[in-house]
Each structure stands twice: as structure tokens, then as C-alpha cells.
Design a protein around this ligand. Structure first.
Ligand SMILES: [Zn+2]
Length: 468
């Protein structure tokens, strides 16, 4: 165990997200050897380092179940693009020009950004790894960041010329053996497979890909139901092919049918809603309410950090906002008014923490402040103009909080952010590295006639992708 000292987080408002413990208006959290060992209104221990949590809300670290971290290398690229333009510009475009060091830098930058905003665990949906060296770079960036992460190996540009006839890269087997064969339960970085599924790969390829993941003993994450491409009953087909299972997280789900959602629920699958990107790119209405109707409490995700910011305060706000608007619109279409909002701010906090942990198969270990779980926790400042008076803490977290209020972040008992500052981060060095990599990436891409119009500045909108 690397952390011998005890840490006492003292006098905060503690929202555990553990229904058996509930919330403490004022409470202490004791951390020992990387684990939460006690939560109580008052804990007296000697020899513990004490963190003053007065004017702070103490919450479990946020869990993001689907983030293409490699796209932090192209941050602020595609805020004005549709999904089809994104496919041309990114997967058929810039992705092919990434070097392994670009992926490394992006994963380090993107994971540190996540940590700084209170996301302590994130699933890296890594589909920009064109070679073994790209995957090595991605894993190195994740490990160096100090975040808890799932490296979900997803292949690279060659696997996203859709519909793909190329199998999932065999290199996943090497990665599994080289980096993740001795997962002891203490490792911060673990592995999953990010599969293309029936929307993006030919069906015989999909059957083999799913068998490959299960042979390697890895959980699966797959995009379904995004936009027009999702209306072809991908989940029903997977069900008929015998592919469904509790080891799968279904990302988006906007345009899958209600009976397909029930198939996901019946098989014990989990879901990930990425409302910002879904609304921007035309995936369809975020599926939160329909998932709930089918008995699935979704997790939340950021998706492409080449467009939107990587913090869960924004994800919670856009997810709750769209669902409430839909509920009001549906009621009004029926000639009635909503009497009580069915999705609450506390629901959002549970989607962003405990349900995220569940979707990663890690709810025994993270997702709530529970004795015995890892000490992944966040202190959010409440001594701020936008946070007082603090009448409704869940409401404040969802509608008023932002990364600037994230004061302290702990992962597995190790403090990665303290007093609002990332510990040990040489920001200028990382920034210059990321900016230099981005400039070189565009220069390499622009040399290709089809990408001659690729440029920075916001003026580039790629022609919509047309599947072969
Ligand atoms: Zn995605």
C-alpha cells in the first residue's frame, strides 16, 4: 500500500451517494491506505493529516463512462460540426495523421483536465490508436496523469472507414498481456474493448469482435442509436445474434427503439448519455427519460473533447435540461402540465457518480463515499457568490457549480488537486507540447489534397461523410 498516512477530511457537507449512509450536513471522512474507512458527524483521530472541509461539499469523484480523450489534441475543433462532418474531418481526416506522441500528450492533457474538474475516473474510448505504438502512448498518458481510467482499446482510422470489414486489431491481446495481465485490483488503469458494433462494422466482423472481447475477459463499450445510423435496430440484431450481456455499456441510445431498450435492461446492460454532443451533432434527443422508462439508470459522458468541455457539471446540466424540456413538451402535447419534475438534481449526481461506476463494473470499488471503497473524492467550494445561500446542495452542484469551484481532488487517497491547484503540474510545458503537436498535426494533414482546406480558426467545416 503506497499511502501510509491517514487523512481526515473535516467539517464538510458530505453527500455520500450511498443510500445506506445518506447525507451529513456536517461530517468527517477518514481515509487510510487509499481507502475510505469511516464517515461520521465527528471523527477524532491523532496522527492524521487534516483537510479543513468547512464551506465545502464533499462528494464522490465523478465517473465519465465514454470520453475520446485522444481528441484533446484537437480541442476546440468541431463545435459547429454535424456528426457526418465529424466523420470526414476526424476519422477519415486528422485521425490518420496522429503520431503516438500526439496520443500520449492528448491523453495526459485530457486526463489532467478531467481530474482538475473532479472527474476521478474516466473510460478512455480510444479509437484513434492506429498502431501498437499509438496504444502504448495512450496508456502512458493515462498512467502518468494519476487518474483512475479504463483504457478501452478501439482501433484507429482504418477501423472507422464504415461499414468496416477490418476485424478489431489483434494487438489488443498484446496490450492485455503486457499491461493488464496482473490486474490486482489496486491498479488505477484497467482495460476494456471499445467495439464498433453493427452500425460501424459488417455484422460478421461484429460477431467476431464480441467473441474476441469475451475471450480476453474484457468489458465492452459500443456506440448504438446515434442519428440515422442508429435506426436500423442495432440492438435487436445484437440480441438475435446472442451478443447482449451485462458486460456491455451502450453509448448514446438516442434512436434505438423502446423494445431495444428493454432488451438492454433485460440483459443487465448499462447506458451512457452524452447529451451535449448528441444535441450538437444530430444523434437525436438524449435518451435519459426513455432509458429510465425501460428500467435503466444511465451514466453520463463527455464524448468528444474535440468539441465540448470535459466536466460533469456541464454534462449534468445539459442532461437534466433536455429531459425536463422533453417532459414538459410531451405533457403539453397531451394538453396537460407537468406537476412534478421526475428527474431530480440528486438523480443527476447519482448518474454522474454511482451509475458511472456501475457502467464500468466498478461500483464495488468507487462511485460513492462508502467505507471500504477507494478514496476517490472531491471537495467543491461553497464560499462563492453563486453558491450561497446553500439551500439545496444537489441543486447547487447541478445548476451552479463549475470546475473553478473544485478545490480538492483525491484519487485512491492521493491528493491530485489541492487548494484549487493541480499538484506537481508544469502547465506551461504541457501547454506548449500540446500546441506544438496540434500545429504539426494540421501541417501533416494539409499536405493531403483532400484535407487542403483543414485549418485552425473555426472556418473549416468538412463535407459530410457518405458511408461506402
Ligand atoms: Zn463516442
Amino acid at each position: 500500500m503506497p499511502y501510509r498516512e491517514r487523512t481526515l477530511i473535516k467539517g464538510g457537507m458530505v453527500l455520500t451517494m450511498d443510500p445506506s449512509i445518506g447525507d451529513l450536513p456536517i461530517g468527517d471522512v477518514l481515509v487510510e491506505d487509499g481507502l475510505i474507512v469511516k464517515i461520521a458527524p465527528e471523527i477524532d483521530v491523532e496522527d492524521a493529516r487534516t483537510i479543513d472541509a468547512s464551506s465545502r461539499i464533499v462528494i464522490p469523484g465523478f465517473v465519465d463512462t465514454h470520453r475520446h480523450i485522444w481528441q484533446a489534441a484537437m480541442r476546440n475543433l468541431c463545435q459547429d460540426w454535424t456528426l457526418a462532418s465529424y466523420f470526414t474531418g476526424v476519422h477519415a481526416g486528422l485521425s490518420r495523421y496522429f503520431l503516438p506522441e500526439d496520443i500520449y500528450t492528448a491523453n495526459l492533457l485530457g486526463s489532467l483536465e478531467a481530474l482538475s474538474s473532479g472527474v476521478t475516473t474516466l473510460l478512455d474510448w480510444s479509437h484513434g490508436v492506429n498502431t501498437a505504438e499509438h496504444s502504448d502512448g495512450a496508456i502512458m498518458g493515462l498512467k502518468e496523469s494519476g487518474a483512475r481510467a479504463v483504457f478501452a482499446h478501439g482501433g484507429g482510422a482504418d477501423h472507422y472507414q464504415v461499414p468496416s470489414v477490418v476485424p478489431h486489431p489483434e494487438d489488443a491481446r498484446r496490450i492485455r498481456e503486457q499491461y493488464f495481465s496482473s490486474e490486482s485490483g489496486d491498479d488505477l488503469v484497467t482495460m476494456a474493448l471499445a467495439l464498433r458494433g453493427p452500425q460501424f462494422a459488417r455484422k460478421d466482423i461484429t460477431v467476431n469482435d464480441f467473441a474476441f472481447a469475451r475471450e480476453l475477459g474484457l468489458r465492452i463499450t459500443v456506440h448504438v442509436g446515434d442519428g440515422e445510423w442508429g435506426k436500423d435496430r442495432p440492438v435487436a440484431w445484437m440480441c438475435d445474434a446472442g451478443l447482449l450481456g451485462p458486460d456491455i455499456t451502450y453509448v448514446h441510445c438516442n434512436t434505438i427503439a423502446d423494445d431495444e431498450m428493454r432488451m438492454v435492461a433485460d440483459s443487465g446492460g448499462t447506458a451512457s448519455v452524452a447529451a451535449d454532443v448528441e444535441m450538437m451533432m444530430g444523434h437525436g434527443w438524449p435518451a435519459t427519460g426513455r432509458l429510465l422508462d425501460a428500467g435503466i439508470r444511465p451514466s453520463l459522458s463527455i464524448d468528444i473533447c474535440s468539441s465540448n468541455g470535459g466536466h460533469m457539471f456541464g454534462a449534468m446540466r445539459s442532461t437534466i435540461g433536455t429531459q425536463r424540456a422533453l417532459d414538459h413538451a410531451n405533457a403539453q402535447a397531451d394538453g396537460r402540465e407537468v406537476e412534478r419534475l421526475r428527474v431530480t438534481c440528486k438523480d443527476m449526481m447519482s448518474f454522474a457518480t454511482l451509475e458511472g461506476a456501475r457502467a464500468l463494473g466498478m461500483d464495488h470499488k468507487i462511485g460513492s463515499l462508502t467505507p471500504g471503497k477507494a478514496a476517490d473524492l472531491v471537495l467543491v467550494r461553497t464560499d462563492d457568490l453563486g453558491m450561497v445561500p446553500l439551500i439545496h446542495p444537489y441543486g447547487a452542484l447541478v445548476y451552479n457549480a463549475h470546475p473553478g469551484l473544485v478545490d480538492t481532488v483525491m484519487v485512491g487517497g492521493r491528493i491530485v488537486k489541492e487548494d484549487g491547484k493541480m499538484v506537481g503540474l508544469d502547465f506551461d510545458r504541457l501547454r506548449h507540447r500540446a500546441e506544438d503537436n496540434c500545429e504539426s498535426l494540421f501541417a501533416r494533414a494539409q499536405a493531403e489534397p483532400a484535407l487542403a482546406d483543414a485549418c485552425v480558426g473555426g472556418g473549416w467545416t468538412p463535407k459530410p461523410y457518405v458511408p461506402a
